[in-house]
Design a protein around this ligand. Structure first.
Ligand code: SF4
Ligand code: SF4
Length: 629
């Protein structure tokens, strides 16, 4: 630990911290552009000047470049340091286009904030500004190089952190340029992080261009639903439209970043073709009529084939609140089948993951810190993209990487710019000699591979098939749920009540009656005779349990309803008064199941999570989540 005094405040920080970090710990925010906790210090922007009054370093210095040491006495308010910071801002603004009114970063721009905070209000320089030609970087990222302040964060993230090779710094001296050799879509699956990491508006989210200012957004802490890793995000919405998603910091999970799927693959929320109204045989009806039809039809199926012919089906993408109520629905219906997975293999892998003791389950943070990693039967950029970024961080600090089975080693090595050695068995990798070994197994692995990997003593990361696969597996074990494919193959299933479940066409073809509760316009929804619309994750509070058994809450970001833009091409809100927004019928899946239970004459539960799950209700959505034991 290092003990120092900053602005008369005694501070104690871990050895290796710099003085900028020490000041932050003391609650003193010093402007900076180039320093980033995930990228370290380079002293490029010259903005974090402090006066070192006593101790081993003296004078005005860049705080990010000075290690905190015992005996230091530092002033951030010293007039020389404050004046230097002011002048640096003025100097950085010499060539800046001052185009805040038309810049999407306006309102969430560090340069804007520090310029105002530093008091730089009058432009003294009347020379010509340096200008650049922008590049076409693909459908997701807008490029406006004139706004650049040469902090080098983008290139340090893209090349060093993410291993990208098609973007860098070009030119020299006063004409450095951050871009590609020529126009073209950025190749890295993590390129979207440029939007978050650039402190000005050089890289902005093209998909949300000119749609809102920071203060217009509805935002809340959320969890990405696009794989089982559970990365922390902050979705931003306006006028019932999900405009963009940015990374949220969680050191235990994704650190500071997310992958491009988590950031850009959210268009389905705004899809006008989403199920938004209850449908009976394709006809829109009121909720009461839909619930009556549900009761009537499950009764008919029960009379024809017996109630045990009904299967209640959830999925790894259904939030825990919905899954936890499905066993009650199955009991109320007298259903013979409860399924939380479609296939046997995915169910077996999820069950194997839940059987691991918590201390043997690897998180993204464990992988980042590993010294030997085997990736087995796993297409990592597809199954757990941020784990791919995690293995690159491990490789950068000296970890050895190995690929086993169907893992596409060459592809992984190319995307991440790392060296990966192919091995033909787990024992061929030096897991036993490593201090922090990790084995990553894909969702198409086998339970025996998980057992074999567990026997090596390594921590295990098992990629699963959805954001709540772990929770679904816990419930499946508790209630004896069977994979749907097995139940349908036995010939006993004649009716399916699917709650946010994707049922393969070959199974649907064998079942005469299907109810689909969903927010996605899936094949199951198209096939169903009764459709009950549910809300997307951004339209409800809920819980996902990620691949390592970490329960994380997500909070409602926006109200369900047809995006205003979809209703009126002019983009104006409708002028008719109504109590519910158009398309606002969907309800959270757990709430819908509660309504179905009431329809069946059951006492509805007071809350979705009861019994042992109750403890999760009070989890802070902005926190790190909790590992289930
Ligand atoms: S483009 Fe943005 S992140 Fe890159 S150097 Fe310029 S200001 Fe910094
Ligand atoms: S790694 Fe998975 S959970 Fe994380 S941002 Fe990407 S898709 Fe979402």
């Amino acid at each position: 630990m290092a003990r120092l005094i900053i602005d008369n405040i005694p501070v104690e920080v871990p050895a290796g911290s710099n003085v900028l970090e020490a000041a932050r710990q003391a609650g003193i925010w010093i402007p900076h552009f180039c320093y980033h906790p995930a990228l370290g210090s380079v002293g490029a922007c010259r903005l974090c000047a402090m006066k070192f009054v006593e101790g081993p370093v003296k004078g005005v210095q860049m705080a990010c470049m000075v290690p905190a040491q015992d005996g230091m006495v530092v002033s951030t308010t010293d007039t020389d340091a404050a004046r230097l910071r002011q002048l640096v801002i003025e100097w950085l603004m010499l060539n800046h286009p001052h185009d805040c009114p038309v810049c999407d970063e306006g309102g969430e721009c560090l340069l804007q904030d520090y310029t105002v905070a530093g008091g730089h209000g009058v432009r003294r320089y009347d020379g010509r500004k340096r200008t650049h030609v922008n590049q076409e970087l693909g459908p997701h990222i807008e490029h406006e190089m004139n706004r650049c302040i040469q902090c080098y964060r983008c290139v340090r993230f893209y090349q060093e952190y993410a291993g990208g090779t098609d973007f860098g710094v070009l030119g020299s001296a006063g004409r450095v340029y951050f871009g590609r050799f020529r126009d073209g879509e950025l190749a890295s699956p993590f390129a979207g992080n440029l939007v978050d990491i650039c402190p000005t508006g050089v890289f902005t989210d093209r998909t949300a261009r000119f749609r809102a200012r920071y203060w217009d957004y509805e935002m809340a802490p959320s969890i990405c639903p696009h794989c089982s890793l559970g990365c922390a995000t902050t979705p931003a919405a306006r006028y019932r439209e999900l405009l963009k998603v940015v990374a949220r910091h969680n050191d235990a999970v994704n650190g500071w970043f997310i992958c491009d799927r988590g950031r850009f693959a959210n268009g389905a929320v705004n899809d006008p073709a989403r199920p938004r109204t209850p449908l009976v045989d394709g006809r829109p009806v009121e909720w009461d009529a839909a619930l009556d039809a549900f009761l009537r039809r499950v009764t008919e199926v029960g009379e024809l084939y017996g109630p045990a012919s009904i299967a209640v089906v959830g999925s790894p993408r259904l939030a825990l609140e919905g899954s936890a109520l499905l066993p009650r629905l199955a009991t109320a219906l007298g259903a013979g089948t409860l399924s939380l997975f479609t296939g046997s293999a995915e169910a077996a892998m999820a069950a194997a993951a839940t059987a691991l003791p918590p201390e043997r389950r690897a998180s993204q943070a464990t992988v980042r810190a590993a010294d030997c990693i085997v990736v087995a039967d796993c297409n990592l950029p597809d199954e757990g993209p941020m784990l791919a970024l995690a293995i690159r961080q491990a490789w950068r600090t000296g970890a050895q990487l190995f690929a086993l089975g169907t893992t596409p080693a060459e592809e992984l090595a190319r995307v991440l710019a790392v060296a990966i050695t192919r091995v033909d068995s787990l024992v061929a990798a030096p897991l036993a000699q490593a201090k922090r070994p990790v084995v990553i197994i894909g969702s198409r692995g086998t339970a025996s591979l998980v057992a074999e990997a567990a026997a090596t003593g390594a921590a295990l990361a098992v990629c699963l098939t959805g954001p709540d696969a772990f929770g679904a597996a816990l419930l499946a074990g508790e209630y004896g749920a069977a994979p749907l494919a097995e139940a349908v193959a036995s010939g006993r299933v004649k009716g399916i009540v699917a709650v946010e479940a994707d049922i393969p066409a070959e199974l649907l073809a064998r079942v005469p009656f299907v109810v689909a509760a969903d927010w996605l316009p899936t094949e199951t929804v198209r096939h169903a005779s009764l459709v009950l619309p549910t809300t997307a994750w951004v339209e409800m509070d809920g819980t996902f349990i990620n691949f390592e058994g970490r329960a994380q809450r997500f909070a409602r970001v926006m109200q369900a309803g047809m995006p205003v833009r979809g209703l009126d091409p002019s983009g104006h809100a409708p002028h008719d008064h109504c109590l519910k927004p158009p398309g606002g019928e969907p309800m959270p899946a757990w709430q819908l199941v509660t309504r179905l239970l009431a329809q069946l004459g059951e006492e509805p539960p007071m809350a979705p999570l009861t019994g042992e799950w109750q403890q999760l209700r009070d989890l802070d959505p902005a926190g790190e989540g909790v590992i289930l034991r």
